[in-house]
Design a protein around this ligand. Structure first.
Ligand code: AMP
Ligand code: GLY
Length: 429
């Protein structure tokens, strides 16, 4: 084999997109997917992950496999293996990895930890009270709600795949969410001031010293049109968006990104991988809602089709501390990703539904798979909550969104849950 052997860890749309982009690099010889999904089969071999991805045993097993297979670079998609120490286990075996160590990944592992980190480094964020006592949570809910027309935000502290957050319309709804989190065994909840504004995802590729911001992305996290309903992992994305103009982005880098990376370095845990900031642009400037320590999904699905330069060069450069030499080139135009989720999502999804996916949906359309599988007859079936990411590039945001919905309408997926207003906020900006 000539060219690098890369292992992509994870099995969602983000990992399909990573494998798709890496496989196009002339410097990549093979992409191994651990475990990938039904859509990744033609990109490279799949490595089943019998222990999963989220425990110390699982990451130990994966690191041993990467070493045994002489993998040159491991790109870690989801947060769970990062939090379980996969990058540390790989480093111990001398395998290069794109992703943060367990110590640096703590920013996503615990919302309570993240909040105290933000406060320690004076990073602008929503006012918050973190507590393990239901009565303290109740008082904080009433106090924050009184200041924001009844609205208040309640977050379970642990990893929740983006679903542990309730944006409540009144204190009673907030109290119910806190009670539900404690009843589910959550030790701490974070009660937050409700922030009003435009929300964007800022993804920054980091090599421990350099930081390279990617174009801003608009995600739609609520389940239903109009940004209402329960939180999901993300129902669709549009990139690039520009709600702030260049000075807003510079302000976010100055007030949020730089102090975060400097704080981590000062604490002896320099950050390699994607620092993903959920930002709200309020009338008082950008405020940080949350940290994630990996690429957003479906954010990355709308970014990689716009990347004209080599994805391997970017990720390998970051993993090896050489981001200073990398200058990514972006295509003009915009990219939209519309998620087709299973009936029931974000609740228990209906699986095993047969999907008819036309092989050619047109130029500049690519469908990234997430929860898909093949049934005994080889038919494509739903196998998870978010099932497909239907992604299209167009000359501008409107064209990209239209092209993505045209493709969605040609896919036969009975009962699919699709938001029809992806990109709505960007059209207003
Ligand atoms: P998080 O997982 O903390 O990013 O929260 C999920 C989503 O809830 C965010 O993407 C926002 O849309 C919303 N959200 C979180 N915190 C706040 C807040 N303080 N004010 C308003 N909306 C919020
Ligand atoms: N789309 C939001 C996330 O990846 O957490």
């Amino acid at each position: 084999m000539s060219g690098a052997r890369v292992m992509v860890v994870g099995g969602g749309g983000r990992e399909h997109a990573l494998a798709w982009a890496l496989a196009r690099s002339p410097r990549v010889g093979e992409v191994i997917l651990a475990p990938g999904n039904a859509g990744t089969a033609d990109l490279g071999p799949r490595l089943p992950t019998p222990l999963g991805l989220a425990t110390p045993e699982a990451v130990g097993w994966l690191a041993a496999e990467a070493e045994r297979r002489a993998v040159d670079l491991v790109v870690v998609g989801p947060e769970a293996p990062l939090v379980a120490g996969l990058v540390d286990a790989l480093a111990a075996r001398g395998v290069a990895a794109y992703g943060p160590t367990r110590a640096a990944a703590e920013l996503e592992a615990s919302k309570a930890h993240a909040k105290s980190f933000m406060q320690r480094y004076a990073i602008p964020t929503a006012g918050a009270v973190t507590t393990d006592r239901p009565e303290v949570a109740g008082e904080a809910i009433d106090a924050f709600a009184a200041r924001s027309g009844g609205r208040v935000v309640v977050k379970a502290s642990g990893l929740a795949a983006g679903k542990g957050v309730t944006v409540a319309f009144d204190p009673a709804e907030g109290r119910a969410a806190a009670a539900a989190a404690f009843a589910a065994g959550e030790r701490q909840v974070v009660v937050e001031e409700f922030l009003e504004g435009d929300e964007v995802s800022l993804l920054v590729v980091c090599d421990g010293r350099h930081a390279l911001p990617l174009p801003l992305v608009e995600d739609h996290k609520a389940a239903y049109d109009g940004d209402v309903g329960p939180m999901t992992g993300g129902m669709g994305t549009l990139a690039p968006v520009d709600p702030w103009g260049p000075t807003g982005l510079q302000e976010a880098i100055r007030s949020v990104v730089t102090p975060t990376l400097e704080g981590l370095r000062a604490e002896g845990r320099p950050f390699v991988g994607t620092l993903f900031l959920g930002l709200m642009l309020t009338s008082g400037g950008p405020r940080l809602l949350e940290y994630n320590v990996r690429f957003g999904d479906p954010e990355l699905q709308a970014l990689l089709p716009l990347l004209a330069s080599d994805a391997f060069e970017l990720l390998d450069g970051a993993a090896r501390g050489r981001l200073g030499d990398v200058r990514p080139v972006w295509r003009p135009g915009a990219c939209a990703c519309v998620v087709m989720a299973a009936e029931g999502y974000p609740g228990p999804p209906k699986t095993g539904v047969v999907i008819d996916l036309p092989s050619d949906l047109g130029r500049d359309v690519v469908v990234f798979h997430a929860g898909t599988a093949r049934d005994a007859d080889g038919r494509l079936v739903s196998a998870g909550g978010r099932v497909l990411g239907v992604t299209a590039v167009g000359r501008d945001a409107v064209a990209a969104v239209e092209r993505a919905y045209e493709a969605v309408d040609r896919i036969v997926f009975p009962g699919a849950h699709v938001r029809r207003d992806i990109g709505r906020r960007a059209r207003r900006w």
